[in-house]
Design a protein around this ligand. Structure first.
Ligand code: ADP
Ligand code: GLC
Length: 488
């Protein structure tokens, strides 16, 4: 029987280009467009943060919610500049403050996060089930990360609901854990606060709710799907996830190849492509100037575009800076986060002027210029569910030097001796994630860079790699189809 084109409702806390703190936003901004190409009708539901209300187009009120966790809410339909169909939940008492979507100006998590994201999930479940708008329901709710983790819990309280649920884990390190006392405010049946429910060591876990109550669980690369089912990388949920093994799939992320396109990128000094690679040098020169680095094409220019957190392993890179400089390399960093890391990177930039450049902050166009101007990018993560910057780098002919973990292991093929013989390899992997292994990877990069022909071939292979959403979108589509045929 032919599967009808389903209404899929994505539910998430971030969505590029409206609000973004990391890769989650990129995925939510791009995957629905790829799914629409393969015939799905996808709406993306996000909170009405001030930045979202400002950036959204064609905003139309579709419903009023009179009682929403201590205030009122309004549901709008809208579109993004990139053509996404949006459903926006505006509620000033929950989402009205500008800035970081999760933290206050003091850098601490907002104390009412449990209510804010319970509200998002609760309204999403009502909308999907057809309880809010006459004639509008979803066949599938696709919830992302802990912020949308309660969607399936709320859906499971609805008798005879036909809505199927998919939950995607983008990062198991963020679990949405709240004190037990918050449970009473969520409006969920009391038996859900149990080991078989969303209780986790006497706390409420929004992420666990997504794992327990969803029909299917996905994560963002095949290797991470295996890793999270172990005690080592399962971050306390390894056993539970292993017990759900038959429901879990790992699907690698893609990137939006229209937004990340070196031939057509308004941020760049000069457009280029694999067949007009000489123009990449103009971007290198522009980047060296922007970062105050010595203007030489010969020096290998490394870059970093990253949140500065423990996950990303950049403390190891700080230690390797004298080695990079000592071998004639340059490094340009863009990132923000951990205060200690910001301090040590600032000190390194000061110690090696003209060799090391640093921008602390979040700057989308600069991220594009780094990808275009650099010869290599470091992603030395301790764990990495998928990682997107290595995919952008491949598309921009910038060689990823990555830790062999999670999605980095799945998307980067190490250019070792055997790979070189077989004319394969698109980057450099190292393992374990230690200082010594990182130094080894840097030395291997220097050697490849020095052989101009070998390096040019490596760059061509990198740029040829399919980093689009086409294949992964097909895999999500298969999951939706399987769920819908089960539900028939
Ligand atoms: P994560 O989501 O764990 O931060 P990803 O690699 O999946 O890691 O996605 C990071 C996304 O955020 C990429 O689009 C990257 O370009 C972007 N990014 C990270 N840090 C910055 C920054 N300081 N300025 C601009 N973009 C950034
Ligand atoms: C998370 C992960 C990152 C992944 C992104 C999008 O932030 O840390 O690896 O690429 O989500 O799925």
């Amino acid at each position: 029987m032919a599967i009808p084109s389903p209404h899929v409702l994505f539910v998430a806390s971030e969505c590029f280009p409206l609000i973004k703190t990391g890769g989650l936003a990129d995925v939510i901004g791009a995957l629905p467009l790829a799914l629409e190409v393969s015939g799905h009708n996808v709406h993306v539901m996000i909170p009405g943060f001030p930045a979202v209300m400002e950036a959204a187009r064609d905003i139309k009120q579709i419903a009023k919610i009179k009682a929403l966790f201590g205030g009122q809410g309004t549901l709008y339909s809208a579109r993004s500049d990139t053509g996404l169909n949006l459903v926006i939940l505006e509620a000033r008492h929950l989402f009205g403050v500008a800035g970081n979507p999760y933290q206050g100006a003091d850098g601490k998590d907002r104390p009412d996060n449990f209510l804010r994201f319970a509200a998002l999930a609760n309204v999403a479940a009502d909308l999907a089930n057809g309880d809010l708008l006459n004639g509008w329901r979803a066949d599938i709710v696709h919830a992302h990360d802990w912020q949308a983790g309660l969607c399936a819990a709320y859906l499971s309280t609805k008798p005879y609901s036909k809505v199927q649920s998919v939950f995607t884990i983008h990062n198991l390190a963020f679990q949405g854990l709240f004190p037990k006392a918050t449970f009473a405010h969520l409006g969920l049946p009391s038996d859900m606060f149990s080991q078989e429910g969303l209780e986790y060591w006497d706390q409420v876990s929004f992420l666990k709710a997504g794992v327990i109550y969803s029909d299917r669980i996905t994560t963002v690369s095949p290797t991470y799907a295996r890793e999270i089912q172990t005690d080592d990388a399962g971050m306390g949920l390894g056993g539970l996830l292993k017990s759900r093994s038959n429901k879990i799939s790992g699907i690698r992320n893609g990137i939006d190849t229209n937004i990340w396109d070196p031939q057509n990128d308004p941020a760049l000094a000069k457009p280029y492509s694999a067949s007009a690679i000489a123009n990449k040098s103009a971007n290198k020169a522009a980047l060296q100037q922007e970062y105050g680095l010595e203007p030489t094409d010969d020096a290998p220019l490394f870059c970093v575009v990253s949140r500065l957190t423990e996950q990303k392993g950049l403390d190891l890179l700080v230690g390797a800076i004298p080695h990079i400089v000592g071998n004639g390399g340059q490094l340009a960093v863009l990132g923000s986060g951990d205060a200690d890391l910001e301090r040590s990177l600032t000190a390194a930039a000061k110690a090696f002027p003209g060799q090391i450049g640093l921008r602390i902050g979040y700057d989308e166009p600069l991220a594009h210029r780094l990808q275009a101007g650099a010869d290599a990018i470091f992603v030395p993560s301790r764990f990495e569910p998928c990682g997107l910057t290595q995919l952008c780098a491949l598309r921009y002919g910038t060689i990823p030097i990555v830790a062999r973990v999670g999605g980095l292991a799945d998307t980067i093929v190490d250019t070792n001796e055997a790979a070189l013989m077989a004319k394969a390899g698109n980057g450099i992997q190292f393992s374990p994630v230690t200082f010594d292994a990182l130094i080894g990877a840097i030395d291997r990069f220097f050697a490849l860079y020095q052989d101009r022909q070998v390096f040019a071939a490596l760059r061509r292979r990198a740029m040829k790699q399919d980093v689009s959403w086409a294949q992964p979108a097909q895999e999500y589509s298969n999951i939706y189809s399987a769920l819908l045929s089960q539900a028939d």
